[in-house]
Design a protein around this ligand. Sequence first.
Ligand SMILES: [Zn+2]
Length: 251
Amino acid sequence: MIDVHAHLEQMDFDNDRYQVIEGCKQKLKAVITCCAHPEDFDLTMQMVEKHKGFVFATVGIHPIYIKEITEKEKDEFLDLIKENKDKITALGEQGLDYFEIKESEWQQKQKELFIEFIDLSKELNFPLVVHSRDAFEDAIRILEQEDAKQVLMHMFGAHHLLKRVIENNWFISLNTIILRSKKHKKIARDMPSEKILTETDSPWLDPAGGRNTPLNVKIVIEKISEIKKVTFEEMDKITTNNAIKFFNLKI
Ligand SMILES: [Zn+2]
């Protein structure tokens, strides 16, 4: 089992981060932690160093932070990413969020930043983790326009656009939302297993309403195997291999 999208730098883990990661090592093959703000970069890199071969990092600027990052901070962050590229596995979560950001001028800024990260992902040959809340159509259009190839759609909820994701040879990561969302269940049903990765988005999205941890990726795999009518072991093997291949994980 691999959790390809958690936020282990969040303060929810400040008191027991080490124990949580050690606990994950007993059950999982790897966790990819997502640094979504420049101020989380140092802690993310510390985790990667300390848990080499187990904790991997994807790095980006979450589109909901578009208003608070200055041009200068953004440029410095892009330089930091390039300087540290050997410790980074992927870029993102990058993309668009029209749920949180409603003003068109800020949505425009999100698009520009998204394109910058798509370019950087090509330059560094990194996969790109895409966030596209309430902006699925625009996100797909931009990715197509920019000819992005190594794409993982995180929290993708637009079943009517799934065909385009499949045709573009992109991947999708599913999380515990499939327990309660019909839309996401349908996506799990219709996405080829070879293109599915599993995640938790910890500390958020705990099915019991508390703090989520990467260990709950097991519940996600259980649910997908139920939907796909295959055994847990089979689905675990497929999604774990997908993650290793997609992110080129050295484990
Ligand atoms: Zn996230």
